[in-house]
Design a protein around this ligand. Structure first.
Ligand SMILES: Nc1nc2c(ncn2[C@@H]2O[C@H](COP(=O)(O)OP(=O)(O)O)[C@@H](O)[C@H]2O)c(=O)[nH]1
Ligand SMILES: [Mg+2]
Length: 313
């Protein structure tokens, strides 16, 4: 997904209030006790999580002491390095999506409204730009509107949508989509699954059935991605375990990052879910999806203009 444009320029273009506040805090003012209180408040409010916030602050205070730092601006670089290191502790964080198999089956799972269908469309557009061929599989057969929504994305970006009638079996639809990809030598099948509450066990069973079909047909899906709405913050985490059980996850796509005041969610995904973030949704348009990069993310978060800004404190 090299052509998606870099995360840094995209995050700068979205009005992420939290990022701005964090960045402002590190503007060059005298380092006082008030700074540490404000930072802690901001991190917790931004869904970084209490334990992680405390750990970060403890480490940063040590840097301030060791280096006799008197201005907050001098801490920015060190803070960025810490955040990046924390994100990078999760294996696969920021790794590009695996499209090496043919066909590569990419499953999108998550609760209703998290952004699966939109992400399916955006991914299709991105893969097309990378010269790959794509089939969109309309496996959300529960709602007629969901099938129509995916078809609209297919038309918009110019990819084939394999769909069946409303109410039909989604595992069979996925099977058909994989066969269609084989027959047409299509590189990638993106499976848009039905949104489901992780607490509804019959629906989770159905997802497990879709997964079994994929496993049977292609060995294992290239990717099984949990689509998480950043606006939900850590409230969205409860669902991850159940989805992971029905279809073991290879990562997270963090959507609606343009709409959230909880920018720290990326850090708590790393700390709590221990799942790599692979892409971030930054709007409703087809180009509003960026590959996740820990270093670019923290630079964007802290409003650092380039790699040298806030040079290592
Ligand atoms: N601002 C913004 N809106 C998004 C993003 N991703 C999805 N949406 C919107 O969220 C709503 C639900 O998305 P949809 O793809 O239908 O969710 P699904 O139920 O998981 O398939 C739609 O109005 C989308 O346009 C994003 O990254 N940013
Ligand atoms: Mg949908």
């Amino acid at each position: 997904m090299g052509l998606l444009g870099n995360f840094f320029s995209k995050i700068k273009n979205v009005a992420n209030k939290w990022s701005q506040e964090v960045s402002n805090l590190f503007s060059d003012s005298p380092l006082t006790d008030g700074f540490w209180d404000e930072l802690e408040e901001l991190l917790i409010a931004g869904d970084v999580g209490i334990d992680t916030s405390e750990a970060l602050i403890k480490d940063l205070r040590q840097v301030a002491i060791d280096k006799r730092i008197a201005h907050t601006g001098e801490l920015k670089g060190a803070f960025a390095d810490m955040l990046t290191a924390r994100l990078e502790t999760v294996e696969g964080m920021g790794r590009p999506l695996d499209t090496s198999a043919s066909p590569s089956v990419i499953m999108l799972v998550g609760v209703n409204g998290s952004g699966k269908t939109t992400t399916a469309g955006k991914l299709a557009a991105a893969f097309l730009k990378d010269g790959k061929s794509v089939i969109l599989a309309a496996a959300d057969t529960y709602r007629a509107a969901a099938i129509e929504q995916l078809k609209a994305w297919g038309e918009r970006v110019g990819v084939r949508v394999v769909a069946s009638s409303h109410g039909s079996d989604s595992a069979a639809l996925v099977f058909d989509s994989i066969q269609a990809a084989r027959a047409s030598r299509t590189d990638i099948v993106i499976v848009d699954t039905a949104g489901r509450l992780h607490t509804k066990s019959n629906l989770m069973d159905e997802l497990a059935k879709v997964r079994r079909i994929v496993d049977r047909e292609v060995g294992t899906p290239a990717e099984s991605l949990l689509v998480l709405d950043s606006v939900m913050g850590q409230n969205g985490f409860a669902q991850a375990g159940a989805f992971n059980k029905a279809s073991p996850l290879s990562g997270v796509i963090l959507t609606k990052f343009d709409n959230t005041a909880k920018g720290g969610i990326a850090i708590s995904i790393a700390d709590k879910l221990k799942l790599p973030i692979r892409c971030v949704g930054l709007g409703e348009g087809e180009d509003d999806l960026a590959p996740f990069s820990p270093a670019e993310f923290t630079r964007g978060l802290l409003g650092m203009e380039d790699a040298n800004d806030g040079a290592k404190a």
